[in-house]
Write a protein that binds this ligand. Structure first.
Ligand code: MN
Ligand code: MN
Length: 454
């Protein structure tokens, strides 16, 4: 499939492949409805890996060609590998995605009452347009850890008989002043408070006490338990087929669970690879990849050292392994929106339904912070895609001086790995309801699978 033919991928696929695209995305939709946080992603991925013969690398003294292993990093990120027949020193084929998404986190002292209404205070996570997060149904997910170490799992707001939660906004009738403000200032971070109760207990005890009473009775939670908690509020919209032609998917959290899901499915399809196949499912990408579950930590190096030493190689070879490795940084890109065409250089933009997207570089203001893939490596990837009939497109995020963004690409590139960004273009990125094309989702899966098998 030659790249020069820039037209909709739907005009290039066979009827048979079209069926594969729709079938693949039926399962992707189910995944999106079930999995909405990094912890839930780790549980889903772990189960899928175990069902396909993967073992915890810590449970094995030795690993050999064909062995399938995984490593869970603090329940929030996970790495998996299938050991290849080639020596590890010849490098790894890595696909790296992230499983955290923009959302609203609870503050450590979240509960307060004002004019009989009880609210949760939040601190948003990741780059959101705050006005998009008011007046939508939210569900509460995450964990609370007691001082005893006991962990309480929370998942409220998705089932039909669950209560819902929402952030209210000022009615238009009284919003003359608010409507004069800049879009970025109209909804302040401190106004992203979630309504959670309104019945007071008595004249002396208000609706906050009522909420605390319910939390205690129903879930065993005390007010101070929120100090040691990770509670995320996420949109509770159902993931749906979008459009009369059902060619697209609308759902929360496709950045970057679309690449996590497609790379997981690709890895599960790999049998006895020549090069060791590795999948990274990272946390904390949306806030800069810091912390012990983000890609800037040394946890992934630790996993590769385990692979090296358990295949009876010298762990001092870590740097050589990285320098001989190839990686697809699997993250979403920005599809051109017909209503905001002015934000894109149309000659270097991505289009919905034109296939998986390659970004040679990201960054902002003159490629700042970008790893910028080598031409040699881009040539290799381009050849691989064309030889295997993968529909792909090549782009950058948007117009040069409008903004920018980054992924985990540079972090692995800094270790010596050849890396290119390669993922699914989406509309309404970082909004509560992101849109992808089923064709692009499937082509991402096909790309990762082809990459592992090369
Ligand atoms: Mn992303
Ligand atoms: Mn993002």
């Amino acid at each position: 499939m030659r790249y020069t033919d820039k037209k909709s991928g739907w005009l290039k696929v066979t009827e048979e492949e079209k069926n594969s695209i729709f079938n693949f995305c039926d399962d992707y939709l189910k995944f999106l409805n079930e999995v909405k946080t990094e912890r839930e992603s780790v549980l889903f991925i772990r189960e899928a890996l175990i069902n396909n013969g993967f073992k915890d690398i810590n449970s094995l003294d030795e690993v050999r060609a064909g062995d399938k292993v995984y490593y869970i990093n603090k329940n929030k990120s996970i790495y998996a590998a299938i050991v290849g027949s080639n020596p590890l020193l010849m490098g790894l084929n890595i696909v790296g995605s992230h499983i955290d998404s923009p959302r609203l986190d609870l503050k450590p002292n979240p509960i307060y009452e004002d004019i009989e209404q009880t609210l949760f205070k939040t601190h948003y996570y990741g780059g959101i347009k705050k006005y998009q997060w008011t007046c939508i149904p939210l569900s509460m997910r995450g964990i609370i850890v007691k001082t005893s170490g006991e962990m309480i799992n929370i998942n409220i707001g998705e089932k039909d008989d669950d209560p819902t939660f929402t952030i209210t906004d000022l009615l238009p009738h009284l919003a003359n002043e608010q409507l004069q403000k800049k879009l970025s200032d109209a909804i302040e971070g401190e106004k992203l408070n979630i309504l959670i109760g309104n019945i007071p207990i008595s004249d002396k005890e208000g609706s906050k006490e009522m909420v605390l009473k319910i939390l205690k009775e129903r879930y065993g939670i005390e007010e101070s338990d929120f100090i040691s908690a990770e509670i995320e509020f996420v949109p509770s919209f159902r993931a749906k087929n979008l459009g009369f032609d059902e060619s697209m998917i609308a759902a929360y959290g496709q950045d970057d669970r679309v690449c996590a899901y497609t790379s997981l499915m690709a890895l599960l399809d790999v049998e006895k690879p020549r090069t060791t196949s590795v999948a990274i499912f990272a946390d904390k990408e949306e806030i800069g990849s810091m912390g012990n579950t983000g890609m800037c930590s040394h946890a992934f190096d630790g996993f590769v050292v385990k692979l090296i030493s358990k295949t009876n190689n010298n762990p001092y070879l870590l740097n050589d392994v990285f320098c001989n490795s190839k990686m697809l940084s699997a993250d979403v890109g920005s599809a051109t929106d017909p209503m905001y065409k002015e934000a894109y250089d149309i000659h270097n933009a991505s289009f919905l339904g034109h296939g998986v997207e390659l970004n040679k570089y990201t960054g902002s203001r003159g490629k700042s912070g970008s790893s910028d893939a080598n031409a040699e490596f881009v040539g290799y990837i381009r050849g691989m895609l064309e030889n295997n009939d993968v529909i792909y497109q090549v782009s950058e995020l948007g117009k040069v001086d409008l903004g920018g963004g980054g992924t985990i690409a540079y972090i692995l590139a800094n270790k010596g790995v050849d890396v290119i960004d390669c993922g699914v273009p989406i509309l309404s990125m970082h909004s509560p309801y992101e849109v992808s094309s089923k064709l692009d989702v499937y082509m991402a899966y096909k790309t990762y699978k082809t990459f592992y098998n090369n």
